[in-house]
Design a protein around this ligand. Structure first.
Ligand SMILES: Nc1ncnc2c1ncn2[C@@H]1O[C@H](COP(=O)(O)OP(=O)(O)OP(=O)(O)O)[C@@H](O)[C@H]1O
Ligand SMILES: [Mg+2]
Length: 262
Protein backbone atom coordinates (compact mmCIF):
# COMPACT_ATOMS: atom_id res chain seq x y z
CA UNK A 1 0.00 0.00 0.00
CA UNK A 2 1.46 3.37 -1.01
CA UNK A 3 1.91 6.00 1.68
CA UNK A 4 3.09 8.81 -0.53
CA UNK A 5 1.34 11.77 -2.00
CA UNK A 6 1.00 12.19 -5.74
CA UNK A 7 -0.61 15.52 -6.33
CA UNK A 8 -1.48 17.65 -9.31
CA UNK A 9 -0.62 21.30 -9.54
CA UNK A 10 -4.11 22.60 -10.03
CA UNK A 11 -5.05 23.48 -6.49
CA UNK A 12 -4.12 26.18 -3.96
CA UNK A 13 -0.75 25.95 -2.31
CA UNK A 14 0.43 23.15 -4.56
CA UNK A 15 0.01 25.31 -7.67
CA UNK A 16 2.11 27.97 -6.00
CA UNK A 17 4.77 25.45 -5.11
CA UNK A 18 5.25 24.36 -8.72
CA UNK A 19 4.96 27.79 -10.33
CA UNK A 20 8.59 27.96 -11.42
CA UNK A 21 9.12 24.22 -11.51
CA UNK A 22 7.51 21.57 -13.67
CA UNK A 23 8.33 18.83 -11.18
CA UNK A 24 9.20 18.86 -7.52
CA UNK A 25 10.07 15.63 -5.73
CA UNK A 26 10.85 15.65 -2.01
CA UNK A 27 12.16 12.78 0.08
CA UNK A 28 11.10 10.05 -2.31
CA UNK A 29 11.73 6.47 -1.26
CA UNK A 30 10.68 3.29 -3.03
CA UNK A 31 11.26 -0.31 -1.96
CA UNK A 32 10.60 -3.72 -3.39
CA UNK A 33 10.61 -6.25 -0.54
CA UNK A 34 13.69 -5.52 1.61
CA UNK A 35 15.39 -3.73 -1.25
CA UNK A 36 15.27 0.05 -1.11
CA UNK A 37 15.61 1.24 -4.72
CA UNK A 38 15.18 5.00 -4.15
CA UNK A 39 16.56 6.56 -0.97
CA UNK A 40 15.21 9.96 -0.03
CA UNK A 41 15.46 11.42 -3.55
CA UNK A 42 14.92 15.16 -4.09
CA UNK A 43 14.46 16.49 -7.61
CA UNK A 44 13.34 19.76 -9.14
CA UNK A 45 12.85 20.11 -12.89
CA UNK A 46 12.43 23.65 -14.17
CA UNK A 47 9.67 24.41 -16.65
CA UNK A 48 10.84 23.71 -20.18
CA UNK A 49 14.07 22.06 -19.02
CA UNK A 50 15.36 18.99 -20.88
CA UNK A 51 16.88 16.57 -18.39
CA UNK A 52 18.34 13.14 -19.11
CA UNK A 53 18.53 10.47 -16.43
CA UNK A 54 21.38 7.97 -16.65
CA UNK A 55 22.21 5.07 -14.39
CA UNK A 56 23.30 1.46 -14.51
CA UNK A 57 20.71 -1.18 -15.22
CA UNK A 58 18.64 -1.73 -12.07
CA UNK A 59 19.65 1.61 -10.53
CA UNK A 60 16.01 2.74 -10.27
CA UNK A 61 15.54 5.01 -13.31
CA UNK A 62 12.23 3.49 -14.38
CA UNK A 63 11.10 3.30 -10.76
CA UNK A 64 11.67 7.06 -10.44
CA UNK A 65 9.93 7.80 -13.74
CA UNK A 66 6.95 5.64 -12.83
CA UNK A 67 6.67 7.38 -9.47
CA UNK A 68 6.68 10.82 -11.14
CA UNK A 69 4.10 9.54 -13.64
CA UNK A 70 1.91 8.30 -10.78
CA UNK A 71 1.99 4.77 -12.16
CA UNK A 72 3.25 2.97 -9.08
CA UNK A 73 0.38 2.97 -6.64
CA UNK A 74 1.06 -0.56 -5.49
CA UNK A 75 4.68 0.21 -4.61
CA UNK A 76 5.76 0.85 -1.02
CA UNK A 77 7.25 4.29 -0.53
CA UNK A 78 7.13 7.74 0.95
CA UNK A 79 7.70 11.27 -0.26
CA UNK A 80 5.92 14.05 -2.07
CA UNK A 81 5.68 14.49 -5.83
CA UNK A 82 4.30 17.57 -7.51
CA UNK A 83 3.68 17.48 -11.25
CA UNK A 84 1.80 19.65 -13.72
CA UNK A 85 -1.65 18.69 -14.96
CA UNK A 86 -0.67 17.71 -18.50
CA UNK A 87 1.86 14.89 -18.43
CA UNK A 88 2.67 12.57 -21.35
CA UNK A 89 4.61 9.34 -21.44
CA UNK A 90 6.68 7.57 -24.06
CA UNK A 91 8.14 4.11 -23.60
CA UNK A 92 10.59 1.83 -25.39
CA UNK A 93 7.72 0.23 -27.29
CA UNK A 94 5.19 2.52 -28.91
CA UNK A 95 2.16 1.12 -27.04
CA UNK A 96 -0.04 1.94 -30.00
CA UNK A 97 -3.34 0.10 -29.78
CA UNK A 98 -3.31 -2.48 -32.63
CA UNK A 99 -7.04 -2.20 -33.30
CA UNK A 100 -6.93 1.57 -33.95
CA UNK A 101 -5.56 3.32 -37.01
CA UNK A 102 -2.63 5.68 -36.47
CA UNK A 103 -4.67 8.89 -36.35
CA UNK A 104 -7.19 7.29 -33.98
CA UNK A 105 -4.30 6.23 -31.72
CA UNK A 106 -2.90 9.76 -31.72
CA UNK A 107 -6.20 11.44 -30.83
CA UNK A 108 -7.45 8.81 -28.37
CA UNK A 109 -8.81 10.65 -25.33
CA UNK A 110 -8.02 14.06 -26.79
CA UNK A 111 -10.85 16.48 -26.04
CA UNK A 112 -12.24 19.13 -28.39
CA UNK A 113 -13.96 19.31 -31.78
CA UNK A 114 -10.62 19.98 -33.44
CA UNK A 115 -8.97 16.83 -32.03
CA UNK A 116 -8.59 15.13 -35.42
CA UNK A 117 -7.21 18.27 -36.99
CA UNK A 118 -4.66 18.56 -34.19
CA UNK A 119 -3.87 14.86 -34.56
CA UNK A 120 -3.17 15.33 -38.27
CA UNK A 121 -0.93 18.31 -37.52
CA UNK A 122 0.97 16.23 -34.95
CA UNK A 123 1.45 13.44 -37.50
CA UNK A 124 2.71 16.01 -40.01
CA UNK A 125 5.25 17.17 -37.43
CA UNK A 126 6.73 13.68 -37.27
CA UNK A 127 6.47 13.24 -41.07
CA UNK A 128 3.71 10.66 -40.83
CA UNK A 129 0.95 12.79 -42.33
CA UNK A 130 0.50 10.28 -45.15
CA UNK A 131 0.09 7.31 -42.79
CA UNK A 132 -2.87 8.55 -40.73
CA UNK A 133 -5.12 5.68 -41.80
CA UNK A 134 -2.47 2.94 -41.55
CA UNK A 135 -2.65 0.25 -38.87
CA UNK A 136 0.18 0.19 -36.30
CA UNK A 137 1.54 -3.14 -37.61
CA UNK A 138 1.99 -1.56 -41.04
CA UNK A 139 4.56 0.89 -39.61
CA UNK A 140 8.25 0.22 -39.01
CA UNK A 141 9.61 0.39 -35.45
CA UNK A 142 10.93 3.92 -36.01
CA UNK A 143 7.63 5.04 -37.54
CA UNK A 144 5.73 3.58 -34.61
CA UNK A 145 7.93 5.55 -32.20
CA UNK A 146 7.33 8.69 -34.27
CA UNK A 147 3.58 8.07 -33.97
CA UNK A 148 4.05 7.61 -30.21
CA UNK A 149 5.87 10.96 -30.08
CA UNK A 150 3.02 12.60 -32.01
CA UNK A 151 0.53 11.07 -29.57
CA UNK A 152 2.54 12.30 -26.58
CA UNK A 153 2.82 15.88 -27.85
CA UNK A 154 -0.64 16.41 -29.34
CA UNK A 155 -2.02 17.23 -25.88
CA UNK A 156 0.68 19.95 -25.45
CA UNK A 157 2.05 18.43 -22.21
CA UNK A 158 3.91 20.54 -19.68
CA UNK A 159 5.94 17.46 -18.81
CA UNK A 160 7.12 14.67 -21.12
CA UNK A 161 8.38 11.52 -19.42
CA UNK A 162 10.28 9.17 -21.71
CA UNK A 163 11.71 5.80 -20.67
CA UNK A 164 14.35 4.71 -23.22
CA UNK A 165 12.09 5.69 -26.13
CA UNK A 166 14.77 4.88 -28.72
CA UNK A 167 16.20 1.81 -27.00
CA UNK A 168 14.88 -0.68 -29.54
CA UNK A 169 15.82 1.29 -32.67
CA UNK A 170 18.85 0.81 -34.89
CA UNK A 171 21.69 3.35 -34.59
CA UNK A 172 20.82 5.35 -37.71
CA UNK A 173 17.11 5.62 -36.88
CA UNK A 174 18.07 6.63 -33.35
CA UNK A 175 20.19 9.53 -34.61
CA UNK A 176 17.25 10.71 -36.75
CA UNK A 177 14.94 10.39 -33.76
CA UNK A 178 17.32 12.49 -31.64
CA UNK A 179 17.07 15.33 -34.16
CA UNK A 180 13.31 14.97 -34.32
CA UNK A 181 12.85 14.93 -30.55
CA UNK A 182 15.07 17.98 -30.09
CA UNK A 183 13.14 19.83 -32.82
CA UNK A 184 9.79 18.92 -31.30
CA UNK A 185 11.05 19.91 -27.86
CA UNK A 186 12.15 23.32 -29.11
CA UNK A 187 8.77 23.87 -30.72
CA UNK A 188 6.59 22.70 -27.79
CA UNK A 189 8.90 23.32 -24.82
CA UNK A 190 7.62 20.81 -22.30
CA UNK A 191 9.89 19.91 -19.42
CA UNK A 192 11.42 16.56 -20.42
CA UNK A 193 12.73 13.74 -18.26
CA UNK A 194 14.40 11.25 -20.59
CA UNK A 195 15.66 7.95 -19.18
CA UNK A 196 18.45 6.51 -21.25
CA UNK A 197 21.38 4.08 -21.06
CA UNK A 198 23.19 5.99 -23.72
CA UNK A 199 25.67 8.67 -22.60
CA UNK A 200 25.93 10.14 -26.11
CA UNK A 201 22.15 10.38 -26.36
CA UNK A 202 22.07 12.24 -23.03
CA UNK A 203 24.80 14.74 -24.04
CA UNK A 204 23.29 15.18 -27.52
CA UNK A 205 19.81 15.98 -26.28
CA UNK A 206 19.74 17.28 -22.73
CA UNK A 207 20.54 20.56 -21.01
CA UNK A 208 21.10 18.73 -17.76
CA UNK A 209 22.09 15.14 -17.02
CA UNK A 210 21.47 13.33 -13.74
CA UNK A 211 23.18 10.08 -12.79
CA UNK A 212 21.38 7.74 -10.42
CA UNK A 213 23.35 5.21 -8.41
CA UNK A 214 22.57 3.23 -5.29
CA UNK A 215 19.24 4.94 -4.75
CA UNK A 216 20.18 8.60 -5.19
CA UNK A 217 21.78 11.03 -7.61
CA UNK A 218 25.56 10.97 -7.72
CA UNK A 219 25.91 13.66 -10.40
CA UNK A 220 23.89 16.62 -11.65
CA UNK A 221 25.69 17.96 -14.72
CA UNK A 222 24.71 21.04 -16.72
CA UNK A 223 25.40 20.66 -20.45
CA UNK A 224 26.44 24.03 -21.80
CA UNK A 225 26.54 23.24 -25.49
CA UNK A 226 24.71 24.81 -28.43
CA UNK A 227 21.44 23.19 -29.51
CA UNK A 228 23.07 21.75 -32.63
CA UNK A 229 25.73 19.61 -30.97
CA UNK A 230 28.86 18.19 -32.44
CA UNK A 231 30.14 14.99 -30.80
CA UNK A 232 33.63 16.07 -31.94
CA UNK A 233 33.47 19.20 -29.77
CA UNK A 234 36.05 18.87 -26.92
CA UNK A 235 33.42 19.98 -24.36
CA UNK A 236 31.06 17.25 -25.62
CA UNK A 237 33.88 14.75 -25.03
CA UNK A 238 34.57 16.13 -21.55
CA UNK A 239 30.92 15.80 -20.55
CA UNK A 240 30.92 12.29 -21.95
CA UNK A 241 34.01 11.32 -19.96
CA UNK A 242 32.54 12.84 -16.78
CA UNK A 243 29.32 10.89 -17.18
CA UNK A 244 31.11 7.64 -17.99
CA UNK A 245 33.19 8.25 -14.84
CA UNK A 246 30.07 8.70 -12.71
CA UNK A 247 28.66 5.50 -14.20
CA UNK A 248 31.87 3.64 -13.31
CA UNK A 249 32.42 2.88 -16.99
CA UNK A 250 35.88 4.39 -17.49
CA UNK A 251 39.20 2.56 -17.29
CA UNK A 252 40.85 3.55 -13.96
CA UNK A 253 43.57 5.66 -15.60
CA UNK A 254 40.98 7.99 -17.18
CA UNK A 255 38.89 8.86 -14.10
CA UNK A 256 41.21 11.82 -13.37
CA UNK A 257 39.99 13.44 -16.64
CA UNK A 258 36.48 14.01 -15.35
CA UNK A 259 35.30 17.54 -14.59
CA UNK A 260 33.64 18.94 -11.49
CA UNK A 261 29.87 19.23 -11.88
CA UNK A 262 28.61 22.78 -12.44
N1 LIG B 1 7.67 -4.53 -9.66
C1 LIG B 1 8.84 -4.85 -9.14
N2 LIG B 1 8.96 -5.84 -8.24
C2 LIG B 1 10.15 -6.15 -7.67
N3 LIG B 1 11.30 -5.52 -7.95
C3 LIG B 1 11.26 -4.54 -8.84
C4 LIG B 1 10.04 -4.13 -9.49
N4 LIG B 1 10.31 -3.10 -10.32
C5 LIG B 1 11.64 -2.87 -10.22
N5 LIG B 1 12.19 -3.72 -9.33
C6 LIG B 1 13.61 -3.75 -8.96
O1 LIG B 1 14.01 -2.43 -8.65
C7 LIG B 1 15.31 -2.17 -9.16
C8 LIG B 1 15.26 -0.93 -10.05
O2 LIG B 1 14.48 -1.24 -11.20
P1 LIG B 1 14.27 -0.20 -12.36
O3 LIG B 1 13.38 -0.87 -13.35
O4 LIG B 1 13.83 1.08 -11.79
O5 LIG B 1 15.74 -0.06 -12.91
P2 LIG B 1 16.29 0.73 -14.18
O6 LIG B 1 17.34 1.67 -13.70
O7 LIG B 1 15.15 1.30 -14.94
O8 LIG B 1 16.99 -0.43 -15.00
P3 LIG B 1 17.10 -0.65 -16.59
O9 LIG B 1 18.15 0.31 -17.04
O10 LIG B 1 17.57 -2.07 -16.71
O11 LIG B 1 15.77 -0.39 -17.21
C9 LIG B 1 15.75 -3.43 -9.87
O12 LIG B 1 16.60 -4.15 -9.01
C10 LIG B 1 14.48 -4.19 -10.11
O13 LIG B 1 14.70 -5.57 -10.09
MG1 LIG C 1 14.30 0.91 -16.81
Amino acid sequence: MATYDHRLSDGGPVAEAVESAAVRVNGLTRSFGDRQVLRNVDLTLARGEFTALLGRSGSGKSTLLRAVAGLDHTTVGTGEILVPRRVSLVFQDSRLLPWLRILDNVVLGLPGDDARERGRAALDEVSLGGRASAWPHELSGGEQQRAALARSLVSEPELLLADEPFGSLDALTRIRMHRLLRRLYERHRPAVLLVTHDVDEAVTLADRVLVLDDGDFVLDLRIDLPADRDPGDPLFQRHRTTLLGALGALPDDRTKDTEEPS
